[in-house]
Design a protein around this ligand. Sequence first.
Ligand code: NAD
Ligand code: TDX
Length: 349
Amino acid sequence: MKKVLITGGAGFIGSNFVNLLMEDRPEYHITVLDKLTYAGNLKNLAKWKDNPHFTFIKADLFDKIKIEEIFQKESFDFVVHFAAESHVDRSITGPEVFLQTNIFGTFYLLESIKKYWSPNSNEKRFLHVSTDEVYGSLGDSGFFTETTPYAPNSPYSASKASSDHLVRAYHHTYNLPVITTNCSNNYGPYHFPEKLIPLMILNCLREKPLPVYGDGKNIRDWLFVKDHCHAILLVLENGRIGESYNIGTRNEKNNLEIVETICKKMDKHFPDKKPHNRLITYVKDRPGHDFRYAIDPSKIEKELGWKPKYDFDSAIQQTIDWYIQNENWWSEILSGEYLKYYQNQYGIN
Ligand code: NAD
Ligand code: TDX
């Protein structure tokens, strides 16, 4: 039985990945390590609570001693590192915790692995989940490849870029068996509603303003979380040590297109409330707002034969349906700390 440690497994992508492994890899034992910040939610993992193949550890990656203890006690075969502070807007108002978790948290993990994994181990793997934002911003043309120079623009992307550099350095200097993935914007079930797509879905459902930054023309390359998780598993099991792989599905849309698509689908679900696009409200732009991200996924396609399974139209519909059916999940989130954040960010309730 392979032992897999998943950091940040109670968050959005991490919990989708845990669900995939628990369903598709019964021969693995999964340990989730998570600090349970505002973005971590044990409800995302509730169905595995009593499964003998599943263990949960509440721990902060910034707690060096605790992280070392975990590695001293347990010999993991795979570590998949999702845990991070992940929201660009929060990094603009409060960057310090991004440095603590994303840079020092990754550093402490690498140090523990260096100490407790035997050198030149062929079986073990540390997969570092990173972002396309480390490459900076594109103009109207061009794509990010694995050799695009790093040019991060926000405190968030700078902290992720630092962690990518540390991971790379620990491979070159200490021969640690690492692989890095850099993906584009994810969407899907369990997405915390401070990010564009879930925020717009929930604000449509509650008939609240849909806050579009600037002119709404900024472009993102949207990746369904289930496609992303399949890609991560493929890289974990078959990727080459020391390499990095870009993950995306050639699905560029500007923010306004995304919001209009959600509004049209909501019009079909709730015709008495249409048109939902009457709720679109242009608000102050994000400082340093990157114009365009776009991934060239040729390497993972050619080398590992990866192909997405979902098209955008059906995956965004699946996502909207999930939020409509899971009010219990989001109604609890939309109170307390979230309300404070929302008022601060948008100046409205
Ligand atoms: P998320 O914010 O939904 O979840 C992050 C998880 O990490 C939470 O469960 C949180 O409790 C945990 N965590 C935070 N700080 C921690 C700490 N100090 N110690 C232990 N656990 C901690 O994030 P996500 O959207 O699921 O992103 C997962 C990873 O993927 C991140 O590394 C992010 O940079 C990367 N990524 C995300 C996207 C995206 O579109 N969401 C795109 C590209 C890359
Ligand atoms: O209220 C909003 N209005 C708006 O116009 C919000 C929250 C966002 N936006 C815009 C900003 C971006 O152009 O929508 C776009 C997407 O914003 P986010 O959902 O905050 O994502 P982004 O900043 O692109 O970063 C995401 O993708 C890369 C993830 O949050 C990161 O973790 C990941 O690394």
